[in-house]
Ligand binder design. Structure first.
Ligand SMILES: [Zn+2]
Length: 169
């Protein structure tokens, strides 16, 4: 089922998500819904809070359906290693239409659980590293605009307030 994507302004996006402790059918269903919702919104990553579920859970597919083996489910993920730097334009399904240059680590290793609760480690470079960091930020109540200057952030928030007033957000 496709869920609407929650936008900036909803408190669920600024809350630290709770850990996943039960690995059952319900979790699988939520993950299926997350992939469906992410693809429907043309995204390559989605964190559970973005569909209103405050859980430590994210899905990523940096190939956008091209390579089924690129589909990643991260349950209770933690960043265990970062290396290097990359700067590129970044956006977020919860901030549609806004993009900013964000500098992040270029190589990232995460440790997470799979849908059976089994721990695994996965490393990524470039876009995948960026997706790991962006989605795990969401699980900690952070959005990519926390990585841009205060000036740019205020400008974006002001534009969003205007859009909200006009009923367009
Ligand atoms: Zn995002």
């Amino acid at each position: 089922m496709v869920h609407p994507i929650v936008k900036l302004g909803d408190p669920v996006l600024e809350r630290v998500a709770g850990p996943v402790t039960v690995f059952d059918e319900e979790l699988r269903k939520l993950v299926d819904d997350m992939f469906e919702s992410m693809y429907a919104a043309q995204g390559v990553g989605l964190a559970a809070p973005q569909i209103g579920a405050s859980k430590q859970l994210a899905v990523i597919d940096t190939t956008f359906k091209e390579d089924p083996s690129a589909r990643l489910v991260l349950v209770n993920p933690k960043i265990i290693h970062t290396e290097g730097k990359q700067t590129s334009s970044e956006g977020c399904l919860s901030l549609p239409e806004f993009r900013e240059k964000v500098t992040r680590a270029n190589k990232v290793t995460v440790r997470a659980q799979d849908l059976d609760g089994k721990f695994f480690e996965r490393s990524g470079e470039g876009l995948l590293a960026r997706a790991f960091l962006h989605e795990i930020d969401h699980l900690n109540g952070k959005l990519f605009i926390s990585h841009v200057s205060a000036l740019k952030r205020d400008l974006i928030k002001r534009k969003i307030r205007k859009l909200a007033k006009a009923g367009q957000w």
